[in-house]
Design a protein around this ligand. Structure first.
Ligand code: TYM
Length: 349
């Protein structure tokens, strides 16, 4: 059976972007592949250097994984920091990763800019100057720079061939393949397979935000969470950005409107989508009606998950058991890879 790995950072509750970008694939894949789904708590340290309650955030994701339907008897669910072999592999990969290639990744540049309070429009030179500025009180950590090597270690430690992720992870996946290849060529072995991104619909998924442009994300402040109640969902959807409506039949949809339709395509039935799409094309669309329907469909989707989250969160014993079982299975697989890696490099296996 082919191996699959994916993870989510414990930076808050899961939102619809996480669900349709990643978790939906997890649910499909768990029956057909040897799956490892983890909670990337080490990664959360790169942007939340002082996590107020990491244990709590990890439990949140664990409960939500289970509530979504990941079956701990089928897939191995674990916490990244429980598998220390990952940190050792990260060390080896970092020895062959270039500072230059890491600094050029878009997510590093975006996050470093944010931490340095630099405008996105400023040049890379400005960013570098700030990074090397000794007097800078906002420093950019080596952990943030090496985010992609840690992610590569997560994936190749189990020799995964498929990685279910959303579109925003494409560059990190490219780096993971590069580091796997580089290990093989450095040591003249065919040891690590090159992992490929996996999308349940064969197309990279980007769940949009409803605030006009861009993706849904926690840090974008536009997320609709699986745990949101009916009232909250309605409030968020009714606030979605729209316009005065089309004046010509079959007009191209501007981005905020296209995003509204994309969301409807994801959560509503085809009939519902077609109904509003036709209204749009005939210039008869009433966005208020469309939003009301969308809010209802999102709520119908989230309601059963929300109930299960509350049940599972109340059952600490069960969550501890799942995490312990996952840590054992993941550590066994990781230790096997690492023994071989150590031998390949020339250390005692
Ligand atoms: P993270 O925690 O930001 O997001 C978790 C998953 O959710 C997907 N996602 C989205 N997909 C579509 N549309 C959106 N709006 C959207 N928002 C989030 C992400 O693509 C991701 O699949 N670097 C990873 C965590 C990670 C990882 C790994 C993933 C660490 N190690 C190894 C796979 C394999 C991240 O920050 O995801």
């Amino acid at each position: 059976m082919e191996t699959v790995v994916s993870g989510i950072r414990p930076t808050g509750n899961l939102h619809l972007g996480n669900y349709f970008g990643a978790v939906k694939s997890f649910l499909q894949m768990q029956y057909e592949y040897n799956c490892y789904f983890f909670i990337a708590d080490w990664h959360s340290l790169t942007t939340h250097p002082h996590p107020d309650n990491i244990r709590n955030s990890v439990k949140t994701i664990l409960a939500e994984y289970l509530a979504c339907g990941i079956d701990p008897e089928k897939a191995t669910i674990y916490i990244q920091s429980d598998v220390r072999e990952v940190a050792e592999l990260y060390l080896y990969l970092n020895m062959n990763a270039g500072i230059g290639e890491l600094m050029r990744t878009t997510s590093f540049k975006d996050k470093a800019r944010k931490q340095l309070h630099i405008d996105a429009a400023d040049s890379d030179g400005d960013m570098e100057k700030e990074i090397f500025n000794e007097g800078n009180k906002h420093s950019v950590s080596a952990g943030l720079l090496t985010y992609p090597t840690l992610m590569a270690a997560d994936i190749i430690i189990h020799k995964a061939v498929k990685v279910p992720v959303g579109k925003d992870q494409e560059q990190n996946m490219e780096m993971a393949r590069r580091f796997a290849r580089r290990f093989n060529s450095t040591f003249g072995v065919e040891f690590f397979p090159e992992p490929a991104s996996f999308y349940y619909s064969n197309k990279a998924v980007k769940v949009p935000g409803l605030d006009g442009s861009g993706k849904m994300g926690k840090s974008e402040g536009n997320a609709i969470y699986l745990i949101d109640d009916e009232k909250t969902i309605k409030k968020k959807v009714m606030k979605a950005v729209t316009d005065a409506g089309p004046t010509e039949p079959n007009s191209v949809k501007p981005e905020p409107i296209a995003n509204l339709f994309t969301m409807m395509d994801i959560v509503s039935t085809k009939d519902t989508y077609d109904f509003f799409n036709e209204k749009y094309n005939n210039c008869e669309i009433r966005y208020g009606d469309m939003k009301k329907q969308l809010a209802e469909d999102i709520n119908n989707f989230c309601a059963p998950i929300r109930e299960r989250i509350l049940d599972i969160r109340a059952n600490d014993e069960y969550m501890t058991k799942v995490a312990r079982m996952g840590a054992e299975k993941a550590s066994e697989s990781a230790a096997k890879t690492l023994r071989e890696v150590r031998e390949i490099i020339g250390f005692r296996g």
